[in-house]
Ligand binder design. Structure first.
Ligand SMILES: [Zn+2]
Length: 77
């Protein structure tokens, strides 16, 4: 639960607008509440696997393009 800073109505953590007074909440986490579910450090673990794979694939793609360009040039000449 969080409190509306405008009208002090108690609302669910998921709501973006106060259902009582209609004011919009800032994107600040509840200082007294728990962190948002699923967005802890555990969720970032996959990045350390995915990012190197993407970098390797990008490098492989660039090398492939360069090799293909080079072979095209030599084929024309
Ligand atoms: Zn309100």
């Amino acid at each position: 639960m969080k409190k509306c800073p405008n009208c002090n109505a108690m609302l669910d953590d998921e709501v973006i607008f106060c259902s009582n007074c209609g004011s919009r909440f800032p994107d600040m986490p509840d200082p007294s509440g728990k962190p948002p579910k699923g967005s802890s450090k555990k969720g970032l673990k996959w990045l350390f696997i995915v990012i190197p794979v993407i970098v390797l694939l990008a490098a492989a793609g660039v090398i492939t393009v360069l090799v293909l360009k080079g072979s095209n040039k030599s084929a024309k000449l």
